[in-house]
Design a protein around this ligand. Structure first.
Ligand code: PLP
Length: 487
């Protein structure tokens, strides 16, 4: 029988279409396994009519396919994995919780595991946040954040009911459900649903040193320009109508690990405070240790009013995300109706909370944040050494263990590849082939006529120096080979 991994080991027999974070694209696949009559999957996969790699288990940093082949997970899936796969401590904690009580209806009940997790999370903010709200995905967390901001203004004394608008940034991604999608600026993911999205969101420029800062502009001038743009947007909308400014401290999927320049978030928060609006920071991808501190905002000198967290909260062991709410927002709700008008059947799910609590304890007990900073510095240095001069690498940027490589068709003028080339997806998919065996996360952003292809490297927090060397060498070889064969 042909290997189910036939797409990587031979002849191109079919064409498939991808429509993920990138525009639809077509690629020749070697799909010997899908002979006529083969049983079709019953899964409504992301791409119908294509073969997916059958994953059988995870072992540390490796994903093992059903035929035994191992792939090094250098991006923890979608920047989710943070302690590797197959951790027995987490598995035991989930099992114990499921045996004790697997589900909790949160109308009348709570569980000690939910209480402990939320206590752990708010304590990690040194008193800034006073409550946490546990849900099952980053999109749900963003929906809750947006509604909470609205409710805050309704319960202020006196209430400010005219505040219904949000300002976010172009080239942003805040989730896939309708509210979260409306807040984000991911053009491709929005396009088909545009008529159904809330119209009360406007967008300003992201802070993107590589693509957005003028050549002779200082960081200070750049920040001042962006702060003025935000201020102008408040003025145009009517400042008394805006609930919140929404942004990711380090932009993940939409731009590829782009941190802001120093002082940016302080300046943005100052504009929000000037007009009495809230600052919502989306740390679903960059938070919970990924950038070297538990919260990415710790490195920005600001504390958000509302913060969302997700991926590395439970490191993929359960679907868990959350919202951390600043004390002053909680106080207003508490003095008001005392109830957040929002709820999910599975909020505060005990098995999810058990997984998140154990993953966070492992990060603490094994001092993994220090390893993120140490290995992150090594990864940054080695990526620059290996790929900094590559003619098709335009920019390498990131923080902690969250690094993006942006590709260019022409280095001197930083000219991006055309969309139809699907460079990021092509590189990422090639990485899965036997001769590389590496998983990196592809993405492409576009707005205002500027686009960019990138891959994300975000290994687990317990990665070792030898792994970093292997990742850099393999990614280097992959990029060399990809451009050598495509030009
Ligand atoms: N916010 C950010 C910054 C994200 O990167 C994502 C997912 O990639 C989301 C929100 C949505 O999270 P989820 O896919 O868990 O719904």
């Amino acid at each position: 029988t042909p290997s189910p991994l036939a797409i990587f080991d031979g002849h191109a027999l079919a064409t498939r279409e991808h429509t993920d974070c990138l525009r639809p694209w077509r690629v020749e696949v070697r799909d010997r396994n899908r002979a006529d009559g083969a049983t079709k999957s019953a899964v409504l996969h992301r791409h119908l009519g294509t073969e997916f790699l059958p994953l059988s288990k995870g072992e540390g940093s490796y994903m093992v396919l059903e035929d035994g082949r191992k792939i090094f997970d250098a991006s923890g899936g979608a920047a989710v994995g943070c302690i590797g796969w197959g951790n027995e401590r987490v598995a035991r904690a989930i099992m114990a919780q499921v045996m004790a009580i697997p589900y909790c209806s949160t109308i009348f009940y709570t569980t000690s595991v939910q209480e402990e997790l939320c206590r752990y999370l708010v304590d990690s903010t040194n008193g800034a946040m006073s409550r946490a709200y546990i849900v099952n995905s980053g999109s749900e967390a963003m929906e809750a954040a947006v509604k909470l901001a609205r409710q805050y203004f309704l319960e202020l004394n006196p209430p400010q009911p005219r505040r219904t608008r949000f300002i976010s940034r172009r080239q942003s991604y805040h989730g896939t459900t309708l509210g979260a999608l409306a807040v984000g600026g991911h053009e491709y993911r929005r396009a088909k649903f545009e008529p159904m999205l809330m119209k009360n969101v406007s967008r300003v420029s992201p802070c993107n040193e590589f693509r957005g800062r003028h050549p002779r502009e200082t960081n200070e001038d750049y920040v001042a320009r962006l702060a003025k743009e935000l201020d102008d947007e408040f003025q145009a909308l009517g400042p008394e109508t805006v609930c919140a400014f929404v942004a990711e401290p380090v932009v993940g999927a939409a731009l590829g690990c782009v941190p802001s320049v120093p002082g940016y978030f302080k300046a943005m928060q100052a504009v929000c405070q000037k007009y009495g609006a809230l600052l919502i920071l989306d740390e679903v991808m960059c938070g919970m240790g990924r950038t070297g501190t538990l919260h990415a905002w710790e490195q920005e000198g600001v504390v958000p009013d509302i913060q969302t967290i997700g991926k590395t909260l439970a490191g993929g062991y359960q679907p868990v995300a959350g919202v951390l709410v600043n004390r002053h927002v909680v106080d207003v709700i508490e003095r008001g109706t005392s109830s957040f008008v929002h709820g999910h059947t599975y909020q505060g799910h005990p098995a999810g909370c058990a997984a998140a609590l154990e993953v966070q304890r492992i990060i603490r007990d094994d001092n993994l944040l220090s390893n993120v900073r140490k290995m992150g510095a090594l990864l940054s240095r080695r990526l620059q050494e290996r790929l900094g001069n590559h003619p098709n690498v335009g920019n390498i940027r990131g923080r902690g263990l969250f690094w993006g490589i942006e590709f260019v068709a022409e280095k001197k003028r930083s000219i991006p590849f055309p969309e139809e080339a699907h460079v990021a997806m092509g590189i990422s998919e090639r990485g899965l082939a036997k001769e590389y065996g590496i998983n990196v996360y592809p993405g492409a952003g576009s707005a205002d006529g500027i686009r960019g292809d990138h891959i994300i490297i975000s290994p687990p927090f317990n990665v070792r120096a030898g792994d970093i060397e292997w990742i850099v060498n393999t990614v280097g070889r992959l990029i060399d080979d990809y451009f050598a064969s495509s030009t």
